[in-house]
Write a protein that binds this ligand. Structure first.
Ligand code: PHB
Ligand code: FE
Length: 320
């Protein structure tokens, strides 16, 4: 193991697969041609415990955890491994929210300062994402080069800045609207979405305070899936609309209530108990449906066709 920049612990590339191995605290991360192997010592016995995740699913989950700065509360990569954001620190856990592990002395949780956890996760994502695979894309819109031996990288895809605004896109000095000219063509699924913009007539003196834009047009030009962008900020109220296709790569266990407003098409949500993963509900959302996602669950969405969803987040963790 080498100590490199930011104290990320990485091995030399494997002579067989070409991928590096990474270590953070007691957790070890390795990947081969198909799978990611997460290893940790079982607290009860010290015995090494190994968990496998398909590398494509792992990279899609890792991409979100990195891009969202560990998000709100729990980000479960699957039923075993995940992170809990402590805002300044982050917990990595294996089995802590899965009774088969937790009740048998196999679950490990360790806490890290956010910068070292983030540097390690970014290094993993960078090393394990091959050229031609975009972890933000729908499977129908990216290649299958996630599998096999290491071949190049895709820094452009994984270094996308998270779209966010100060108040609202389109205001002077705020985030830009999306257009062909700035690299956001209409997605194949949204060819029928009206591309007109609202006309705004402003009283003199209020030119910098009144604005409007076509949110459906904005969303029809999203180049990523399952990646909410902050599109209006009103004190602690954040509108985070997103376009969805295939499967939300994580099971999110929020630490506060959030709301979903379905704008188009259909998403099915699996709702599970946040602590145990026990199934609790299936929620099918069609256009116009609104659902509250409480803070004692984890949720994962499925969207057969690219759909538009508004995630309404509350930036104040002290509000219930
Ligand atoms: C969520 O976990 O609430 C979530 C995350 C990403 C999305 C949609 C919902 O694209
Ligand atoms: Fe959520």
């Amino acid at each position: 193991m080498n100590m490199s920049a930011n104290s990320v612990l990485a091995s030399a590339p494997s002579a067989v697969s070409g991928y590096r191995e990474f270590t953070l605290g007691s957790f070890n991360f390795a990947r081969d041609e198909y799978f990611v192997h997460i290893r940790w010592p079982a607290p009860a016995t010290g015995q090494p415990t190994t968990h496998l995740i398909s590398a494509d699913a792992f990279l899609r989950a890792m991409m979100r955890d990195v891009a969202w700065g560990f998000f709100y509360g729990q980000v479960n990569f699957d039923a075993v491994f995940g992170t809990t954001n402590l805002y300044g620190q982050v917990q990595l856990y294996a089995g802590a929210f899965n009774p088969a592990y937790a009740d048998n002395g196999l679950a490990l949780t360790e806490t890290f300062d956010t910068p070292i956890a983030m540097a390690t996760f970014k290094a993993i994502l960078e090393d394990w994402t091959n050229a031609g695979f975009d972890p933000f894309a729908a499977p129908a819109e990216t290649g299958s080069s996630w599998l096999g031996q290491k071949q190049g990288n895709n820094l452009e895809a994984i270094d996308r800045a998270r779209a966010t605004c100060r108040r609202m896109p389109g205001l002077p000095g705020d985030a830009p609207l999306r257009s062909d000219a700035n690299g956001f063509p209409v997605n194949r699924a949204f060819a029928d979405v009206d591309q007109g913009e609202p006309q705004v007539t402003v009283e003199p003196g209020f030119e910098h305070e009144v604005s409007a834009f076509n949110l459906f047009k904005f969303l029809s030009r999203s180049d990523v899936t399952w990646n909410p962008s902050i599109t209006s900020v009103c004190r602690e109220s954040l509108f985070c609309p997103t376009t969805e296709e295939y499967i939300l790569p994580i099971k999110h266990g929020n630490d506060r209530v959030e709301w979903f407003l379905q704008f188009s098409d259909e998403i099915t949500w699996d709702i599970e108990d946040k602590r145990t993963g026990k199934p609790r509900a299936k929620v099918t959302m069609r256009p116009g449906d609104v659902a509250s996602m409480p803070a004692d669950i984890r949720h994962q969405g499925y969207s057969r066709k690219r759909s538009m969803l508004l995630v309404w987040e509350n930036a104040n963790p002290t509000l219930p």
